[in-house]
Structure formats: C-alpha cells, structure tokens
Design a binder for this molecule. Structure first.
Ligand SMILES: [Zn+2]
Length: 60
C-alpha cells in the first residue's frame, strides 16, 4: 500500500520546463515559465497534465 507522499518531476507539455511538484497538491500548479497548467487537484491526488519525468520518493 502506498501511503507516502511523493514528489514528481513533471515536464511542461507546452515549453518543456521541468518542475518538481507534490503529487497530492490541492491547488492548481502552473508552469513557472509559461503559466500552462501542469497539475490539477483531483480529490487529494493530483492529475498530471504534463509529462512525468520521474518520481522522487520522500523517504530520506
Ligand atoms: Zn511551460
């Protein structure tokens, strides 16, 4: 069972900027460069609009 929070590195589909976001965001996440929507809150888990480059496990 996965209960840990994760960070995702997501690439903006419009400009290619890579940005690290929280996978359980409850606010809309926009690209820092072009302002395009990268993730939307979907009942606790984010719906990723860009391309997920990789997952970053937060268990250090
Ligand atoms: Zn962008």
């Amino acid at each position: 069972m996965e209960t840990k929070s994760k960070f995702l590195k997501v690439k903006c589909s419009d400009c290619g900027n890579e940005q690290t976001i929280f996978d359980r965001t409850n606010t809309k996440v926009s690209c820092n460069v072009c302002g395009s929507t990268i993730a939307l809150p979907m009942g606790g888990k984010a719906e990723i609009k860009g391309e997920i480059v990789r997952r970053i496990d937060n268990d250090l």
